[in-house]
Design a protein. Structure first.
Lengths: 433, 112, 433, 433, 112, 112
């Protein structure tokens, strides 16, 4: 009946810490009733399907902010990423990320997943079964690769991207994850990242940055004509952002790892207010700097607020969560402008949203939470940065040198939909009137 | 026979078509086009980068008609398409040597 | 361990009343087990994210039923409304709407939100924590302004609309809400509005009516040519309505304010059947009157049924819920036709759906539930009508006289996307074939 | 406090069987605490709204994979189907499908629905109230007709389709359902279909096949020019598939009929991995056979995996679930090609996904689960095939001979949107640039 | 050289292109247009308001060809585009003074 | 006056417009079209069925100008639209009898 420390040592520790911090007079339940176990597990499964829907969010956002002639390619990539992510996470990822007792740097608990008889009882964990643990984590895993997808869109070869995804999600994301969520060295050091501003978003963002550098900009992006390459469907992009926001209730809310009423509801509030403040921050920036309020920036603002609060959604106060979101919304607009000026071509703003605001969010924990050290947070940011950026760079470079990373000029011009897939997103000689 | 090509503002289309109908025109063909001319486009911003959109949405109307109807058709168009502001558009007239109705094989005036 | 009467007095009262009415032999739990508190709270958080997704529903519906050249503007407004709504609700709204003990007309419990130590336990309320209470209510609040958004679409200035939203949501909606859900004078009188046919939908609808009157119709709408201004994407509109229907499971289901199995499941049934009957009512009307079954009317029919059952989803029997929905579906078609004939230009039918069917639903409680008085319901309808209509009229008029309410003719013709935002919803010289 | 055998005899039996099989040391709860009842019921209601959203999934998928000129018609049909389905299920369907004690072939427990005092307590069932039972089942019911909708799209008359739907959902689906889920003869024989590979998907698929045969192919589909009729919006189709996948967490997860942590989480894992494997199977097939990876095939692959695992999501091991999905993904591509070559015109691949993979999934239970007999599974497949195919054929044929089944050639060419509804999906002289 | 402009029903396009290919035409340009003519549009209803859509979707084919090929091209079009019902469309013929192939600078017949 | 019709590759449009502006052209009209010619389309696959898409996206530019500007305009287009690969497109020149500015009623040269 006791919680197994196997996978969840680090998390239980944190839960204990903050559970206690927030509910000082409640003893931490070391074992739970059947009913409580069922509630916890049910909430974790709800969180799981919410995180799942984020993959649709990404698919919509990325295809909306790019050209119609590449929409099939992006939708294909996103469908592929979640599928490859789930399968590889079952084969190796879960056991690389949660190796149990290990040296704190790399460990591996073996191939495949298996609950065993205890895995479906609260003896495994008071908050969820083994299966729930796996599927919740698996939905997270693919997110990191999907973040890369948007940044390298409209020019990367499909097969190269899928190979990158497989390696990045199965190995780099999971090893990096083990350092903290698996109970590794950064966890020991006291680094804090509640739901993954760094572990998921920055890791994805560093991959995006590496990809953008190796690939170079899209044809004509920084040419003589200043005309930017406009996204083909703002409704699609907006659907994407709202679905991501929705999914974040599970991403952050599920990271409580139980249905604890106080914590989960607090996380809902900080998450929502940070997102709202992100919108307002981006709105103000965009309106004042560009004079015309840019919808795509405001959408990025919502995501910026969400990424920003992710590291500390349970330890940052409600008022500060608004501040974290507001700053994220302001930062993201500046960052998009700056990255564009640096001629790093990121069609959807993935680097600004996930990397820059991921860093901001992680550091914000050190700033706004008395229980966490800014320096430790910074060490975490740098460690993850070095590992994921170099890892991604290595994979991209190897692909570039071997099977090639970028489609031909002609294919890029014609669109990857016809080039890679032989089909069109909006097919038919469309005479609808 | 002549081909009258008029490039007008999109929201004037219904009015122009009515005026042409009244002046006896029985057939015409319409295309969505973009125009570049004295009427400047506008500035757009996308993700922080400003750029000017030089092309303005226009509608092109093509009418093939007997020589005798040309003047009245032109008059109908100019009256009904005019707002008095820049960008109201142009009318061009050229010659058509032959016209055929596919359904019946009738030709020239009879085909219109 | 006892429920705090502070915010939830009125609601507990009702819960007790109808809980008892429906489950005569079950004693009302004055205190609950930790497990039950967790279940209740989890359900309320699920309901919260469902209500959140309604904002995407509105964004899709409104942009789908209007022209492509105004889509960015509508999406921007909807993203802004939810964000401004959440933030202002945190600063002032929640404490205006639930002022605790007050004179029954206007009260204010102070700026900002704070759970306090008891706020995360069942001592606050047996159904949810303070944070849950706040975030669930906050998601509701923005709805009222979003309803207005659709009706004034394609011609209102962005900044004026956002100012209207801020004032209407932060002050008018909340004060009006306190009369009933805050335990104010209408609540004392026995007025009943389970989930907000009047408190949310009519309040939004009255705002819409005021906006439409002050603004006037879109250019060319009632001109020489009878051609109506067709919506640019029926798939988008349909996605919107299904998402709204989905969200209504939380809007109504969450208004039970606990996970009470009997009540929540009953509400699911009445809500679904009323929506389905609304579709069928509108289908019959549209097919018989117009000969061609109009999808946009049928979509309005679903919403009509949903708005109609909202006031009495827990007190109207299943059979009567079908009737309420059916009548709402019929009414909404007639109302759209009538309002259009009255030259009130409401592009999405917001007045018919939310105001007219909101009134119908509120009165239906007086007709179909033995425990409620038709006269009291009527008094509520009139009180809310007077207050919100005059309030909205005042704000719109003030804006009209000061910074202006309507975009220029040229901008309206070119589209608000280019005019207000300098961008296009479907960007790029779209050569996709 | 004991479970009522009235409706749920068969299901409880199964739950007991596999509950015991999977959790050997846990005694099956014959009565449950108030808390557990609330958790179970809450999960079932969550599952209900997830199944609801599948109807939007179908609407998006079907309209995305067909031509723009028929989009309104498809959206209208799908809005109509769920509404008609819910209402008829309330009037007759529920009581035809769960007649209580009956002869095992056809039974009817009377018109309308009514919970009675026990219906909202755990005395009705430990997992859900009467209302939950009804609404969860009702959401399922309409699915079968929606499956048909896609296959007969772009040529069937609206009124004929709606009449077909009403009869097929209200009578054929429910009687067939009673054989197994209602505790009828196939249930007695030991036939197993966890969430409806056969009871829902194949039944829908057989209807689709019958419709396609009676209707014949779309104009020009198998004409001189080989050009296939391309779907008009891949983003819409992709949204549809992701929403269907999302809904499947409720479709399968809810079919556990309680919030049992071990079972529900296992079902989440097998369902997700089968879908992912389906994507990979279809990707491999499509890439190797067609050289260009076809998004529409990969989307079908996800659904194929989901349909495939539906019959055995709780009794097939995790590793085998990947295999079942992979095979389904491979099968579906072959099947789409084969059915097209047989000149059966199924615009969305409904027959391949729902019928072919539904059969595969049902037989897979006999292959991969030691506790089930392949022969019994085959008998079930054949029995359902004969009954539903003949039933659907009969209805379609009767409609064909009476009011006609197919629109005129001119209408088909112009599109059903203008012909049947007098409106366009993408209205307005769309000058957006 | 002549410019042959044919306005036809959209679903006849593939057949017409094949027929033209067979009669030796190597290049053509196609535009989606809306036609107004004898073939009436249809009635639509939107939110209760009926209105008539006067424009019918058509496809415009433009072919520049030597004078000698004009007759055979016209014959190909009329045959392959005819359904016998109203709205089959028109063919117009006009003069082209000069033709240039951008890639090579070749002109007139050689450019086609 | 002459009408210069150029059919070019879509991504060359901005360059061509600039070149024309420089050579003194003040107005033009652009249409999205599909071309059929030496440049073959490509093969697509949809749900297992391969088919060839024969039409290639092109942009049509129409410029009405005085006779004297025709040569320089043609030169501008050929230079700015050439990639040297098949499918660069064509230029056709024909006569325009009359030109009218709707806004002012000015005609011919003054109308351009
Ligand atoms: N020389 C030209 N050749 C072809 N089209 C032209 C020419 N000049 C103008 N146009 C078309 O006419 C439209 C209106 O012309 P513009 O110069 O803006 O205004 P106005 O006609 O009032 O002087 C342009 O947008 C363009 O489509
Ligand atoms: N005088 C005209 N000038 C230009 N286009 C015309 C003219 N008359 C007809 N058309 C085009 O030809 C199409 C077919 O003409 P219509 O009168 O409907 O049928 P038919 O050619 O069989 O008489 C119209 O839709 C329109 O696009
Ligand atoms: N005879 C023609 N009449 C009208 N348009 C033509 C003709 N020939 C070619 N075109 C147009 O010019 C485009 C380019 O022609 P193509 O033969 O592909 O290449 P190139 O011009 O380099 O020889 C075609 O796609 C078509 O739009």
């Amino acid at each position: 009946m006791k919680d197994t420390p196997r996978r969840s040592f680090a998390r239980l520790f944190l839960l204990a810490l903050f559970g206690v911090a927030l509910l000082p007079h409640a003893a931490l339940a070391q074992d739970v009733s059947e009913e409580m176990f069922a509630v916890n597990n049910t909430w974790m499964l709800v969180a799981t399907f919410l995180v799942f829907i984020m993959h649709l969010g990404f698919a919509c956002l990325e295809s909306g902010l790019t050209q119609a002639k590449n929409a099939v390619n992006i939708l294909f990539k996103n469908t592929g990423v979640i599928s490859i992510g789930l399968i590889t996470y079952a084969f190796v990822g879960f056991n690389l990320m949660y190796p149990g007792d290990f040296n704190g740097y790399v460990g591996f608990a073996g191939f495949g997943i298996d609950a065993g008889p205890e895995g479906v009882t609260s003896a495994y964990n008071t908050g969820y079964t083994y299966w729930t643990d796996f599927i919740f984590q698996a939905m997270f895993a693919a997110t990191a690769a999907t973040i890369v997808s948007g940044a390298v869109a409209e020019r990367i070869k499909l097969n190269s991207f899928l190979i990158f995804t497989t390696i990045y999600v199965a190995i780099f994301y999971t090893i990096a994850g083990s350092w903290k969520w698996g109970g590794g060295w950064l966890d020991q050091m006291g680094f804090y990242d509640f739901a993954g501003s760094t572990l998921v978003h920055s890791v994805g963002g560093w991959g995006a940055l590496a990809g953008v550098i190796v690939l170079g900009p899209r044809l004509g992006k920084y040419g003589a004509h200043a005309k930017p390459i406009a996204g083909h469907s703002m409704p699609l992009a907006t659907i994407g952002v709202f679905l991501l926001w929705l999914g974040w209730f599970g991403f952050n809310g599920g990271s409580v790892l139980s249905a604890d009423p106080g914590l989960v509801s607090l996380v809902f509030v900080t998450t929502s207010l940070a997102a709202a403040a992100g919108v307002i921050g981006a709105m103000i920036m965009s309106w004042s700097v560009q004079h015309k309020p840019d919808l795509s920036m405001v959408l990025n603002g919502a995501l910026a607020g969400l990424v920003g609060i992710t590291a500390g959604a349970d330890v940052i106060s409600v008022n500060f969560s608004i501040l974290v979101g507001l700053v994220a919304g302001i930062i993201v607009v500046g960052s998009v402008l700056y990255i564009d000026r640096a001629k790093l071509d990121d069609p959807v703003g993935a680097i600004s949203v996930h990397l820059v605001c991921g860093i901001w969010g992680t550091l914000a924990v050190g700033i706004f939470s008395a229980d966490h050290s800014f320096v430790t947070q910074l060490i975490g940011v740098l460690a993850y940065g070095a590992f994921s950026f170099l890892g991604a760079l290595l994979i991209f470079f190897a692909l570039h040198k071997s099977i090639g990373l970028r489609v031909s000029e002609e294919e890029e011009r014609m669109g990857l939909d016809v080039g890679e897939h032989g089909m069109e997103a909006y097919g038919g000689f469309q005479i609808t009137h | 026979m002549k081909l009258i090509t008029a490039i007008i503002k999109p929201h004037m289309l219904d009015g122009v078509r009515d005026a042409l109908s009244k002046s006896g025109i029985k057939g015409l063909t319409v295309t969505e086009v973009k125009g570049f001319g004295r009427q400047k486009g506008h500035t757009e911003v996308y993700r922080g980068v400003e750029y000017s959109v030089d092309f303005v949405p226009k509608v092109k109307i093509e009418i093939v008609t007997d020589d005798e109807h040309v003047a009245s058709a032109i008059a109908s168009i100019t009256e009904s398409a005019r707002t008095g502001e820049i960008g109201d558009g142009k009318i061009f007239v050229s010659d058509i040597g032959q016209a055929i109705r596919i359904r019946t094989g009738e030709s020239d005036s009879a085909a219109l």
